[in-house]
Design a binder for this molecule. Structure first.
Ligand code: ATP
Length: 255
């Protein structure tokens, strides 16, 4: 185990508080959980990694933490530097190579290739968690992501939906958590920049085209927030029942 293990980056209080609040309100972590954090190497999952390390050091709830990256084998994405950075933090690291890029290219022209890649990646992460004995998968989506998904779902599918923040997968053996659900994207960006987290660029194997709908919704939300700074507070309140869908019950037995 590396000597760098004990060194944790200073986490801003507000960011830590928001993560703590989400973890508590949705009972995301249970004693003895083995959490596999999905690290793309972007600012969000890197921030989540540091926040969970901090939480692990101070929380009365004991849990284990490991880290996995899916390498979709796209020429734009090189996760090679991640292993050393994670292992220097004393955490187990799994690099899962799968030719998602090649398979996604066969799906070019489909409007849903982005979700195709995300689904493939998710399958790889579940398989890694099961193989290595983890029971929880932690993902780095934040409040901005949830709000964008909410409006995309509303505008393009006519549904009131967003990403769930804590749920059990269909097979029943894994739980998925999104501890950054109350955090803003600018907070993870600022944190990553201020602490010099080793962020790697380009993590989407489907970068042959940009998800324009998401960019449009992002701009729309930024314009509305400029008019009313309370926007995301209101959105969080409005989305709460949707975020909490499928919340595992405390008495159902935890895996
Ligand atoms: N290649 C990957 N390997 C492992 N986990 C991934 C990978 N790509 C994405 N994820 C996980 O899915 C989450 C959402 O992915 P998305 O592509 O939307 O990333 P993002 O919003 O740019 O976040 P990040 O800054 O962490 O890349 C990430 O925060 C991360 O937890």
């Amino acid at each position: 185990m590396s000597t760098v293990t004990q060194h944790r980056l200073p986490v801003p209080k507000l960011l830590a508080r928001r993560v703590g609040r989400a973890l508590a309100e949705f009972t995301m972590i249970r004693p003895g959980d083995r959490i596999l954090l999905a690290l793309s190497g972007g600012k969000d999952s890197w921030s989540l990694l540091e926040l969970l390390r901090e939480w692990q050091a101070h929380s009365p709830i004991p849990f284990a933490l490991g880290v996995a990256t899916v390498d979709p084998m796209s020429p734009e994405y090189d996760p090679a530097p991640l292993r050393a950075a994670v292992e220097a933090r004393g955490l187990p690291y799994y690099l899962e190579r799968q030719d998602i890029y090649g398979r996604a290219q066969q799906h070019l022209g489909r409007p849903s290739y982005c979700s195709f890649c995300a689904r493939m990646r998710r399958g790889v992460l579940y398989a890694c968690a099961r193989r290595e004995g983890y029971n929880v998968l932690a993902l780095g989506q934040h409040l901005d992501d949830l709000a964008e998904s909410f409006f995309m779902s509303l505008f393009y599918n006519g549904e009131l939906r967003t990403m769930k923040v804590h749920y059990r997968v269909r097979e029943g053996d894994l739980r998925v958590i999104r501890p950054l659900a109350y955090c803003r994207e600018r907070q993870t960006r600022d944190f990553a920049e201020a602490t010099g987290l080793p962020v790697i660029p380009e993590n989407c194997p489907a970068c042959f085209a940009h998800p324009t709908e998401r960019a449009y919704v992002k701009t729309l939300l930024a314009q509305q927030e400029a008019r009313d700074p309370r926007l995301f507070r209101q959105l969080r309140r409005a989305m709460l029942p949707l975020m909490a869908r499928g919340l595992p019950q405390l008495d159902e037995g935890w895996t």
